[in-house]
Design a protein around this ligand. Structure first.
Ligand SMILES: C[S@@+](CC[C@H](N)C(=O)[O-])C[C@H]1O[C@@H](n2cnc3c(N)ncnc32)[C@H](O)[C@@H]1O
Length: 293
């Protein structure tokens, strides 16, 4: 899907592009290739560890890159600091990088038995363990239902509260086991682990992920030049719904700067890519363009 994203971003030599979720630098490298020695790439990620990977990948091209360890909610401030008022394109590739998922000390994966952390940034004070061990049952239920779209939220919240009465729940593995037992076996989801939705909910809660997207997408569209492009890759329906709604809202406005949605339906990975990279199965790309910005 990277090639399609880069096409939609319409990267040309000499322009300014922003990668709001630089991750390990895969897309960033492709953008740099196309904008050439005259172009500028602003690479942002809230995870300092993963940014080190991006720095490695972009070595030798430092002149054309500015790297910021920040939440992308700081996009406007970052551009101000660089004295840039408008840019040619902005990319959001939401969610987690492989590096974060595979680092068992972060507790993002129910497959590993790492500490129940899930913080994408050291600036976040409360880890997943805090919420799992302190939120009251009603709020746990609400969070799992809302952010995980998990219909067994009530049983899971109940099981968590019962288990934590016996001792603090400290690891991803311990939580995954509690969730597995809270859902009747005959109701386990077919393709995914029974803990997938609850882990998604906790991650969204810990990192305030939806708030960041809701706040930053409209601001990002306002930072695009005439013919500037925005691309968003999302990995679950809650994110995709926000992108769809923001794009629809902007394209319906009759203002001087118009917004055109370039993807009538979200673009999904090819069957071949889905086979090679199972995470791409849930990826959805939406792209848009500002006209007369
Ligand atoms: C799917 S990965 C990006 C992978 C990247 N496009 C690449 O090609 O390597 C998502 C990245 O977004 C970062 N991220 C998620 N939410 C963020 C936010 N609100 N602000 C900044 N970075 C964020 C994560 O830390 C993670 O590294």
């Amino acid at each position: 899907m990277t090639d399609i994203v880069i096409e939609y971003l319409d990267c040309r030599p000499g322009g300014v592009w922003v990668d709001c979720t630089a991750g390990e630098g895969g897309h960033a490298k492709q953008i740099l290739k196309r904008i050439g020695p005259e172009g500028l790439l602003i690479a942002i990620d809230r995870d300092a560890g993963v940014l080190e990977k991006a720095k490695d990948k972009l070595k030798g091209q430092e002149e054309n890159v500015r790297i910021f360890n920040s939440n992308f909610t700081g996009l406007g401030e970052i551009l101000k600091e660089l004295r840039i008022s408008k840019v040619d394109g902005i990319l959001f590739d939401l969610g987690l990088s492989t590096f974060q998922l595979e680092d068992r000390s972060r507790g993002f994966s129910f497959k590993d038995d790492g500490p129940l952390d899930m913080r994408m940034s050291e600036e976040i004070s409360k880890s997943a363990a805090y919420y799992v061990n302190n939120l009251d049952e009603r709020r746990l239920n609400e969070a799992i239902f809302r952010y995980g779209e998990e219909r067994w939220a009530k049983s899971i919240a109940g099981a968590i509260v019962r288990e934590r009465g016996k001792g603090t729940i400290e690891t991803a593995g311990a939580l995954a086991e509690i969730i597995r037992r809270a859902i009747p076996r005959s109701k386990w989801p077919g393709r995914i682990h029974p803990a997938t939705r609850t882990f998604q909910a906790l991650r969204i809660l810990v990192n305030e992920e939806l708030e960041a997207i809701e706040e930053t997408l409209p601001a990002a569209i306002g930072l695009l030049k005439d013919k500037g492009r925005i691309c968003v890759i999302s990995f679950h329906s809650l994110e995709d719904r926000i992108v769809k709604n923001v794009f629809r809202d902007f394209s319906g406005r009759k203002e001087e700067a118009m917004f055109k949605v370039l993807t009538r339906k979200p673009v999904v990975a090819s069957d071949e890519e889905k086979r090679q990279n199972p995470r791409s199965r849930s990826a959805k790309l939406r792209a848009g363009e500002v006209i007369n910005g």
